[in-house]
Ligand binder design. Structure first.
Ligand code: RNT
Ligand code: ZN
Length: 414
């Protein structure tokens, strides 16, 4: 293995790429693993079917049924991932010892086990209030509902979540990013698109008025184009949240599956960061109506990583994953997408940047395109295998290990 790596390294070095520096830089770029791939966004509240315009299809055996199973599965996934990791939790993953606790009354103690476990595994935690799969969602609306009682409940949920997030940041000495996504929208064309947006902004203002130390928690707001059952108007549209984030100093969350099919978030990174300090990404893959397919090595995934790397946004772009697939082994779905994220970052970190930049600067567009295309077939696999080896995680043989875990653990779940 070492000799294949040495040969590959030489190829890259001849193109002016410092592979060791790329490894070191990748070591410092965290990827936040979403907890919800392991149980089909079910959580531990025993709620009815998933709603909020998102859907998980498939019934592959082995879904995690409780927090211990979910943590065991996450540990398995983490053992397949090189590089720096975080974990992203949703409020519905509270552990309340079998006693139902209202979402507006959840507290840090309901996440104590998660926090202890995160500390033990040296993981930073991120958080999300859960504005779906709940009876207080009325007519598809939460924070933008015309019903003041509904809005109040969800405002309180948001405030409770920020307190929990702050406790994570304090305990782990690691800033938590809390992402606000609400599914609020309309199946058919509303006459008044303004009032719900005014109500959403007002509710958010009320949530963010609660004190929260930005060293321990910072907030992001996530826009969306449409959801199932909310096809005609989404209250929290891109323009809504871009404006809200800029005006209020929040992070904007760009989900790769939340835009028109030919619109890409990679092109939004430089634009938004001209006017915002930080953004959050939900790296996902949209396929027709679904915004949450397993992340594969697409042109867009590479472009996202390139934008972060080329402009040194390592600390200003927070990378989170967001997809859910129940039609294949969930641990493998998780791992495939997450490994692809690290892989794309390493690819971006080892592109022959100096050569391409020089061609562009001198106006030599043919050489620019030629080098960008040549770069695609450099011996990248040997670099990736070496990076995995140095981080004590398997190369392609993770697949066999995952299959063994399926046989020994997942298949035995009822
Ligand atoms: C939904 C949003 C949101 C959720 C998660 C579960 O379209 O992308 O981020 O996927 O919060
Ligand atoms: Zn998302």
């Amino acid at each position: 293995m070492a000799s294949m790596f040495d040969a590959a390294k030489k190829v890259y070095e001849d193109l002016g790429v410092d592979v060791e520096a790329a490894f070191k830089r990748l070591d410092q770029i965290p990827v936040s693993l979403h907890c919800w791939q392991g149980d089909d966004v079910a959580g531990f509240e025993n709620s009815d079917a998933l709603d909020g315009g998102i859907a998980v299809t498939g019934n592959y055996p082995g879904r995690a049924r409780n927090a211990d199973e979910l943590r065991a599965d996450i540990e398995k996934v983490l053992s397949f991932l090189p590089g720096k990791k975080r974990l992203n939790l949703h409020a519905i993953y509270a552990e309340t010892d079998g006693k139902p606790v209202k979402r507006n009354e959840i507290e840090p103690k309901h996440f104590a086990r998660w926090a202890d476990w995160a500390k033990e595994h040296e993981l930073g935690l991120d958080f999300n209030p859960s504005y779906f799969s709940h009876p207080m969602m009325k007519d598809g609306l939460t924070l933008s509902s015309p019903d003041a009682g509904v809005r109040r409940f969800w405002v309180e949920h948001g405030i409770a979540c920020r307190t929990i997030a702050e406790s994570f940041g304090k305990k782990l000495r690691n800033t938590c990013i809390t992402n606000f996504w609400v599914p609020d929208g309309f199946k058919d064309t509303p006459f008044d698109r303004l009032s719900p947006r005014e109500r959403l902004a007002d509710s958010l203002d009320k949530i963010f008025a609660s004190p929260c130390n930005p060293r321990y928690n910072r907030d992001a707001v996530e826009c969306k184009l449409f959801g199932i059952g909310a096809e005609s108007c989404t209250v929290g549209s891109h323009e809504f949240y871009m404006g809200y984030a800029m005006k209020n100093g929040k992070l904007l969350c760009l989900d790769a599956g939340h835009f028109h099919p030919t619109e890409v978030i990679s092109d939004k990174i430089t634009s938004t960061l001209m006017f915002l300090d930080e953004i959050l990404l939900h790296v996902s893959r949209g396929v027709r109506w679904d915004s949450d397919h397993v992340v594969t090595m697409t042109e867009e995934l590479r472009a996202i990583a390139e934008e972060i790397v080329r402009h040194n946004y390592d600390r200003r772009v927070h990378i989170g994953l967001d997809y859910f697939d129940a039609s294949i082994n969930r641990v493998m779905a998780w791992t495939i997408g997450a490994r692809n994220m690290y892989k794309a970052l390493l690819m971006a970190l080892t592109e022959p940047a100096a050569i391409i930049r020089k061609a562009e600067k001198s106006g030599d567009k043919s050489s620019r395109l030629a080098w960008m295309e040549e770069a695609k077939t450099l011996p990248f696999g040997a670099l990736w295998e070496e990076y995995c080896r140095r981080n004590n995680v398997p190369g392609a043989n993770w697949i066999d290990e995952a299959k063994t875990y399926e046989k020994e653990v997942l298949a035995k779940r009822g």
